[in-house]
Design a protein around this ligand. Structure first.
Ligand SMILES: Cc1cc2nc3c(=O)[nH]c(=O)nc-3n(C[C@H](O)[C@H](O)[C@H](O)COP(=O)(O)OP(=O)(O)OC[C@H]3O[C@@H](n4cnc5c(N)ncnc54)[C@H](O)[C@@H]3O)c2cc1C
Ligand code: FES
Length: 313
């Protein structure tokens, strides 16, 4: 099956030859076309070596990472895009970039420890090396559609991770955008991520931040309940607003219903969707939703373009 790739298989072959990350990267670069006849000539499967500058726990399950490419080059991503992160011997996984491209020299991500790769990553510390492919996928339309508009960001759980890239991009180019409203929902107060940054954001010019949790603890004084309960609390001018939704799959249908009630058109709503991925570059088909390749056409979609796609929402 020419052109169909399984990068995990390729990584494991390379790792067997070169368990050290430096020689691993060299082998990856030189062997990218020779490792398997299914590998296309481009180096889209070859990871770049990178070093963890910071690795610190955010919650019980999530870890924050700051990463520097060993080449010294910028990652060159746009808000909303993802990278494929590899730990030699454990394969790789798609992870959103959480920092804004306006931050130079390093990039950031947050990883929830759920399985094989994320577990291996969770054991690494500052100074350890990883592999990075990408950036891949589509982006939040910060360069065109969002410009001059009010922005309504609706994030559940670690859905805030990719959206944070857009938030910081907008804050670094504040004069180009209208009011920014950030709605964030977490299961419990202990599950909240970037709580300090949310406070900082709320102090910025023309920014509102509202948070809610499903299950409060004794110290929680904020809103309680689903994120949809926050929507009636915000003032939205539908014809001048772009909404972005990112969170667990169950959230989308309910949020979309509320946005429709508020008068938002399907064209003005952008969704970031998560699907199981392998190659990340449109070759293996793992991420398909009825013919739509989420790794290439997404993960960010204008709602009107996927409204009719079965399995999308
Ligand atoms: C575009 C994109 C962006 C993402 N961004 C982030 C991010 O910023 N941070 C983050 O933490 N995660 C992110 N994810 C999710 C992340 O990629 C997965 O959690 C990761 O792939 C898990 O890899 P693993 O090897 O650690 O887990 P695995 O060992 O693959 O297992 C993960 C979990 O999925 C289950 N599972 C495994 N295979 C399947 C299958 N075929 N079908 C159903 N369930 C299965 C396992 O039982 C386990 O519970 C993103 C995913 C995508 C597609
Ligand atoms: S992940 Fe391979 S085609 Fe999308």
């Amino acid at each position: 099956m020419t052109g169909i790739a399984n990068p995990v298989e390729i990584y494991n072959q390379l790792y067997a030859k070169s368990p050290d990350i430096e020689t691993f990267e060299q082998a990856a670069l030189t062997d990218a076309s020779a490792a398997t006849e299914r590998t296309p000539p481009e180096d889209i499967y070859a990871p770049q070596a990178a070093t963890l500058v910071q690795a610190r726990p955010l919650t019980e399950l999530e870890t924050f990472y700051e990463i520097k490419l060993d080449s010294g080059l910028e990652l060159g991503h746009e808000p909303g895009q993802f990278v494929e992160i590899s730990v030699p011997g454990f394969g790789e996984a798609p992870i959103s970039v959480s920092s804004s491209p306006t931050q130079r020299g390093t990039f950031q991500m947050v990883v929830r420890n759920v399985g094989n790769l994320t577990n291996a990553l969770g054991k690494l510390v500052a100074g350890d090396r990883i592999g990075v492919r990408g950036p891949f996928g589509s982006e939040f339309p910060v360069h065109d559609v969002m410009k001059g508009k009010d922005i309504l960001l609706i994030c559940g759980g670690i859905g805030l991770v990719p959206v944070r890239s857009a938030i910081n991009y907008v804050l670094d180019n504040r004069e180009d955008y209208g009011h920014m409203t950030i709605l964030y929902g977490a299961k419990t107060p202990a599950d909240r991520i970037f709580a300090d940054e949310q406070q900082d954001w709320s102090k910025r010019d023309r920014v509102s931040v509202l948070e809610t949790v499903d299950d409060p603890d004794e110290g929680w004084q904020g809103h309680v309940g689903r994120i949809t309960a926050l929507l009636p609390l915000v003032l939205v001018v539908p014809e001048n607003t772009i909404a972005v939704v990112c969170g667990p799959p169950v959230m989308y249908r309910f949020v979309l219903e509320e946005l429709k009630k508020m008068g938002m058109s399907d064209d003005s709503i952008y969704l970031s969707l998560e699907r199981r991925m392998k190659c990340g570059v449109g070759k293996c088909g793992h991420c398909q939703m009825n013919g739509v390749y989420v790794c290439q056409e997404g993960p960010v979609f204008q709602y009107s373009t996927i409204r009719e796609v079965m399995e999308a929402i």
